[in-house]
Design a protein around this ligand. Sequence first.
Ligand code: NZQ
Ligand code: ZN
Length: 393
Amino acid sequence: MQKEMLNFDYYNPTHIIFGKNRLEELNEVIPQDKKVLLLYGGGSVKRFGTLDKVKEVLKSREVGEFGGIEANPTYETLIKAIKLVKEENYDFLLAIGGGSVIDGTKFVAAGALFDGNPIDIFGSGIGEKRPITQALPFGTVLTLPATGSEMNSGGVITFVEKKAKLGFGSAYTFPVFSLLDPELTYTLPKRQLANGIMDAYVHVMEQYMTYPVGALLQDRYAESLLQTLIEIGPDVIDEDNHDYNTRATFMWSATNALNGTLSRGVPQDWASHGLGHEITALYGIDHARTLAIVLPSLLNVRRNEKHDKLVQYAERVWGIADGNDDEKIDAAILKTREFFESLGAGTRFSDYGLGEEVVDVLVDQLERHGLTNISEHGDQTLEVSRQIYKNAL
Ligand code: NZQ
Ligand code: ZN
């Protein structure tokens, strides 16, 4: 039976300020009466001068700083930022960085106004999971295209002691604005450029590689994003190639890959992300590289459930015309793996010095965090996930 497009709401209030030489506009988009806290990561924005430029633009304001937000931002660090915001009455936050700083800032924005202990924003055995009902306003200056966090309302926080990486989100945690200057990507090393391409790619796949519901436009939109990422990938990872249009396309593609447009009216998976977060939480592997390990294996293990979309992906994204369905699917999975590897990422645990010992530990973590019935059908059980991890050794 032909499935139908699902009902949906579409709400995205983030004002995108895209392009070169627009930093001065921060002074217009942050209300004059606000006391602003600048949040940033481990120092790249200091090293490359972005922080100083922002401070210069906001020099007539009351501005404070909170640096040291880690890649995979930790609850333990962000709680300190929440304390600072409350003690010193900051009422506008500005994230300057990549997904980690932006996610961290979202949590600080929500945590500072949360009724009760901010740990209860999370579920999965860590907190009580109560809804976010308000958050401080915040903007972002994006320095790393990858996560889409600059135009969505979700975040992922790491709990060091509990070895967990958990998501949260709300209608209140969209950035008010995000400044997207492709020239800020010129300082990124190859590893982060490759991570950005792969993370964006897998975001599209999570919202596309499910089952058909007759969503012609969403499918074509997803396919065009995948093809764009495949086309620009080799140029983007050349850290010395500062071609503006390449980086602008990269930045806008990563934003579009997870700003809510693609997922309207279609089923979504997110199992690669679920399995990947456990790998980062335990072994510290970069988020995007965990996806490079999980996705090719998942596509193979789930080839029956995803059959129709896999064939469509093979034909339309990779132009595979020869062979029967199974052969097309095999070829498309191989192309996907080769694409990630061409960007310099290992697609197996063994590429990261990990072996069979990880499988049981990761499956236990999935169970602890309630990821026992995931995927677009809710039928990815722990046994299926175990198979996916095993096939990725
Ligand atoms: O910390 P600093 O010194 O700033 O260095 C960062 C960091 O070490 C560096 N960097 C950032 N911009 C740079 C730069 N270096 C040179 N030049 C620049 N312009 O890059 C390193 C990685 O930064 P990070 O923010 O951690 O990377 P990314 O943007 O990939 O974010 C990853 C985090 O986002 C979460 C991931 O789980 C992970 O915690 N995600 C968030 C999502 C969301 N909110 O929607 C969705 C994603 O699926 C993802 O889960
Ligand atoms: Zn991701």
